[in-house]
Write a protein that binds this ligand. Structure first.
Ligand code: AMP
Length: 183
């Protein structure tokens, strides 16, 4: 399956992506994780993107798209993937669509993890990642609303909305049930 996960920061996308990736047998591809790996290895790309991650701004599309293009070309992603954190705006979505169409593929579904923003701030502060300071979290939420939420319209015919309030197992069961119902 070719899936995209969408949801506000702190909706638990990363956790759910891990579970679903194991259950579905497709790789979990998180652009945030890929950027953080570059930063910790101090690669040129890592140096280029660090300030964006620190401030909660989106990394420029050209940089992000090429990193994703390279990752999707890896053999493990040929038959499916679970994208977490990409696309983050409709321009990236257009580029992804083009990449897939070039191989005769398309997304099967976009899973929207829906949760109230206020609920997640506390959770993110508890996580303690370097970009989990309250002002950066608020900014990332703002970026989600203006840049990323429009994807839900862009993908309206393939969006599957999952209630992301509850226990991890409960939420992944909801997601798996919704995906089974697609077939
Ligand atoms: P995440 O781990 O998904 O919360 O992403 C952490 C940070 O990585 C974001 O705040 C952005 O700075 C950057 N990032 C991740 N994915 C993207 C993307 N698709 N486009 C631009 N920036 C991204």
């Amino acid at each position: 399956m070719r899936l995209v996960l969408v949801g506000p920061p702190g909706a638990g996308k990363g956790t759910q992506a891990e579970v679903l990736s194991n259950k579905l047998g497709v790789p979990h591809i998180s652009t945030g994780d890929l950027f953080r790996a570059h930063i910790s290895q101090q690669t040129d790309l890592g140096k280029e993107v660090q300030e964006y991650l620190d401030s909660g701004e989106l990394v420029p599309d050209a940089v992000t798209n090429e990193m994703v293009r390279a990752r999707l070309a890896q053999p493990d992603a040929v038959n499916g993937f679970l994208l977490d954190g990409f696309p983050r705006n409709t321009a990236q979505a257009g580029v992804l669509g083009g990449m897939l169409a070039a191989d005769g593929h398309a997304l099967d579904a976009v899973l929207e993890f829906r949760i109230d923003e206020d609920v997640v701030v506390e959770r993110l502060l508890a996580r303690g990642r370097t970009d989990d300071k309250e002002e950066v979290i608020r900014h990332r939420q703002q970026v989600y609303r203006t840049e990323t939420a429009p994807l839900l319209d862009y993908y309206s015919d393939i969006v599957v909305t999952i209630d992301a309030v509850g226990e991890v197992d409960e939420i992944s069961e909801r997601a798996l049930r919704a995906l089974r119902a697609l077939k």
